[in-house]
Design a protein around this ligand. Structure first.
Ligand code: NAP
Length: 332
C-alpha cells in the first residue's frame, strides 16, 4: 500500500462499480485497496478481476477499514443514504453515484452528516468534470451566445431491462426520472446556476409502477426555461441545446459523454469544439475528488452539495403530481 496515494474502496460489485475500478487504474495518484459486496463470492470475484488486495463480504467492514480514505458508492438509489452515511460516520470521504439520493430530505441528511463529520462528499455526475463541458461553460461566460434564455436537453435510452433490474424496479428507486432525468435536470442547473421558480413534469408510469419516460419544464426567475426529456424504453436523439439572445450551442451527444459542441450564430456554425475523452470518463470525477482532498476542501465547486440538494428538490416537485412514491420516501 502506497501512503502517498489516495486509497479507494468500492461499495458494490455491479456494472458501474466495475467501470469505476477501471477508471482508477489509469490514475497514478489513486490506489484501489478494497471492495465490498453483500457476498464474499462476488467481492472476491471482483477483487480478482481488478487486482484489489481486500475483498469484504459486507459494506460495513469496508467502512471500518482504517486503510481506506475514500469510498465510491455504486449501489441502487435506495441505498445511497444508508451506505454513504455509514462510510462518513467512519471518517471516510464519499463519492456517491447519481441520483444522489431518493429525495431532497435524504440529500439534506447526507450533506448534514458530511459537514458534521468534516469529510468530503460529492454526487458522481460525470458531465460536470469533462473537458468539453468546461469549454462550453467558457463560451457561455464569454458571452458568445448572449444571455442564455433556454435549455433543451434529452437523455433517453431504449434498454431491455428485466422488471427486477434496478433501472425500472420501483423497490430500488428505479424509473427514468432518477436514473436519467437527473442528468438533464443537473445540466439545466449547471447552465442557469440557480433554482427554478416553477418545475412541472409529465410521465408515463409503466406496468411495474415506475416512470418509463417523462418530460420536465423548469422556469427560472428571469423567464429562462429548460425543456427536458428522459426515458428508459424509448430511443431518442440525445442532444442538448443552450439557446441565447445572440446564438446557440449544440452538444452533439448527451447520452454517452459529450465530446463535440457547435456554436451557431445567425444559423451558421461558426465554431466547433472537439474534446476527446481519456479513459472511460469516470476517471474525471475520481480526479476531482482527489484534487479537492489534496486541497483540503470538503466539496467540489463543480458539483456543490447544495446544488445536489436543489436537484433532488426539483425532482421531488416534478413527481408529486405523478403519485410516484419510492420505498424510502417519508423515512426520514
Ligand atoms: N455514472 C454513470 O454513468 C452511471 C451509469 C450506470 C449507473 N449509475 C448509477 O450507479 C448506481 C448503480 O447502478 P448499476 O447500473 O451499477 O447497478 P447494478 O449493476 O444493478 O449494481 C448495483 C449493485 O448494488 C449492490 N446492491 C446492494 N443492494 C442491492 C439490492 N437490494 N439489489 C440490487 N443490488 C444491490 C449490488 O452489489 P453487491 O451484490 O456486490 O452488493 C449490485 O451489484 C445507480 O445509482 C446508478 O444510477 C451511474
Amino acid at each position: 500500500m502506497d501512503k502517498n496515494k489516495f486509497r479507494w474502496g468500492i461499495i458494490s460489485t455491479g456494472h458501474i462499480s466495475g467501470k469505476f475500478a477501471e477508471a482508477l487504474e489509469i490514475l497514478p495518484q489513486a490506489e484501489l485497496v478494497a471492495v465490498a459486496s453483500r457476498t464474499q463470492q462476488k467481492a472476491k470475484e471482483f477483487a480478482d478481476k481488478y487486482n484489489i488486495p481486500k475483498a469484504y463480504p459486507s459494506y460495513k467492514e469496508l467502512a471500518n477499514d482504517p486503510n481506506v480514505d475514500i469510498i465510491y458508492v455504486g449501489t441502487p438509489h435506495t441505498f445511497h443514504l444508508e451506505n454513504s452515511i455509514m462510510c462518513m460516520r467512519n471518517g471516510k470521504s464519499v463519492l456517491c453515484e447519481k441520483a444522489f439520493a431518493i429525495n431532497a430530505d435524504e440529500a439534506r441528511e447526507m450533506v448534514r452528516v458530511a459537514r458534521e463529520e468534516n469529510v468530503f462528499l460529492m454526487e458522481a455526475m460525470i458531465p460536470r468534470h469533462i473537458p468539453l463541458i468546461k469549454k462550453v461553460l467558457q463560451w457561455i461566460n464569454s458571452g458568445k451566445i448572449g444571455d442564455v434564455r433556454m435549455v433543451k436537453a434529452s437523455r433517453c435510452s431504449r434498454g431491455n431491462f428485466p422488471d427486477e433490474a434496478r433501472q425500472l424496479n420501483p423497490k430500488l428507486g428505479g424509473g427514468s426520472l432518477l436514473d436519467v432525468g437527473v442528468y438533464v435536470i443537473s445540466f439545466a442547473s449547471m447552465i442557469f446556476q440557480k433554482s427554478p421558480v416553477k418545475s412541472i413534469g409529465l410521465s408515463h408510469i409503466g406496468e411495474i409502477g415506475s416512470d418509463e419516460q417523462g418530460v420536465a419544464i423548469l422556469k427560472y426567475d428571469k423567464g429562462e426555461i429548460a425543456d427536458l426529456s428522459f426515458a428508459l424504453r424509448t430511443e431518442a436523439v440525445n442532444e442538448a441545446y443552450i439557446l441565447g439572445t445572440e446564438g446557440y450551442i449544440k452538444l452533439h451527444d448527451l447520452f454517452a459523454v459529450p465530446t463535440k459542441a457547435s456554436l451557431v450564430i445567425d444559423g451558421k456554425e461558426l465554431e466547433t469544439l472537439e474534446e476527446p475523452i481519456i479513459g472511460n470518463a469516470l476517471n474525471y470525477e475520481a480526479e476531482e475528488v482527489m484534487r479537492c482532498m489534496e486541497e483540503g476542501v470538503k466539496e467540489s465547486p463543480f458539483m456543490p452539495l447544495n446544488e445536489s440538494i436543489q436537484i433532488m428538490e426539483i425532482m421531488d416537485e416534478i413527481r408529486k403530481p405523478w403519485n410516484l412514491v419510492y420505498s424510502n420516501d417519508f423515512k426520514i
